[in-house]
Design a binder for this molecule. Structure first.
Ligand SMILES: [Zn+2]
Length: 344
């Protein structure tokens, strides 16, 4: 009963916070009492965060939306919510290039190295974070991990240059690593970014060992994500594209998770769940047109935790993709992490 009341209070405060965010005014008093409710609540899961100052170093161009500020704001909120204590170090000794090579061509890697050496270095660190997170889970260091990394990865295909702000597909490389290093057979990748994860689809389109589930606006960049694209050969049926229209809200996306993802995952029985956590599907993103709120992401996260609990001992790795309203992106990130901790 007490727990129910507490959850009700959290939801109520969350609604107030969302209203405060929507009015574009920061309400320090609301945020303070809201924060306190979480900080003193013991997590029921061990969650770790991977973040590093190297992710502040790369710029595509001045005033570009994929800006280091995205990480700066996340760092600021992690501090405010006293989540700094669950930050872990990225293992920088991992031979990331060996694993990048598994999915990206030599031509692509050499071209990025030559034409955008700093982007290569920072993207390589993002891959190292993704691989470190797999090592942490598989060595039982924690229950789940959030990688607060940039640049994102799910648009990175092999044409030798940045695509949709991405260079190397972190999540796809992590999936390969989990399979080849730890012998995990089946990987579920869920992508809730506003944009279709075209690279992730491309990398596993004929592969039945990876189930890719993506909700997105198929008419936005990169113009892929047609629901009729379901995979090919042995991979047929293992690529699920869901188009959502502009204005898509919490209920609309959650219904797709419950009606389509849940039964598909039940049939697939994943050994690990990986999340392309792009928060440009949140309300008021400058590059998106969906209306998802923090509460919506909390509920989506809970569906994924339910899947992971049922099939793979709760193993979830979540990796930041898009999200260009820097403040709003940071809040969504924090609520996603709090949910992974079992605080909702
Ligand atoms: Zn995006």
């Amino acid at each position: 009963m007490l727990l129910k009341r507490r959850n009700y209070l959290k939801r109520l405060l969350l609604a107030i916070l969302i209203l405060a965010q929507n009015s574009l005014k920061s309400n320090e008093n609301t945020n303070k009492s809201f924060k306190d409710l979480f900080v003193h609540d013991e997590p029921s899961r061990t969650t770790k965060i991977l973040i590093d100052s190297i992710f502040l170093k790369h710029h595509i161009s001045p005033n570009h939306p994929e800006t280091p500020k995205r990480i700066e704001y996340i760092k600021k909120l992690l501090k405010k919510f006293e989540l700094e204590k669950i930050i872990s170090k990225i293992n920088l000794d991992i031979d990331a290039e060996f694993w990048i090579n598994k999915l990206h061509t030599k031509h692509h890697i050499d071209s990025i190295k030559k034409n955008a050496p700093l982007a290569h270095k920072v993207s390589e660190a993002a891959v190292k974070a993704a691989l470190t997170s797999i090592d942490m889970l598989m060595n039982n260091i924690c229950d789940n991990v959030f990688c607060a990394t940039r640049p994102p990865g799910h648009h990175a295909i092999n044409d030798g240059r940045e695509e949709g702000f991405c260079y190397y597909n972190n999540i796809a490389i992590a999936a390969k690593y989990a399979q080849q290093k730890y012998g995990l057979k089946k990987v579920l990748i869920v992508d809730w970014d506003y944009h279709h994860g075209n690279s992730t689809e491309y990398m596993f389109y004929d592969d039945p060992s990876v189930l890719f589930f993506s909700t997105h606006d198929q008419f936005a960049y990169p113009g892929t994500g047609d629901p009729n694209k379901k995979g090919i050969g042995l991979g047929e049926g293992f690529n699920i594209n869901i188009h959502l229209p502009c204005g898509a809200n919490d209920e609309m996306i959650l219904n797709k998770y419950k009606e389509i993802l849940l039964p598909a995952a039940k049939k697939f029985k994943p050994d690990i769940v990986l999340v392309s956590a792009g928060f440009d599907s949140k309300k008021n993103d400058p590059l998106g047109c969906f209306d998802i709120t923090d509460d919506g992401f909390i509920n989506l996260t809970k569906v994924l935790m339910e899947i992971a609990d049922e099939h793979c001992e709760g193993r979830i790795i979540s990796i930041l993709e898009g999200g260009y309203n820097v403040e709003s992106n940071a809040y969504a990130t924090v609520f996603h992490i709090l949910t992974l901790q079992g605080k909702f």
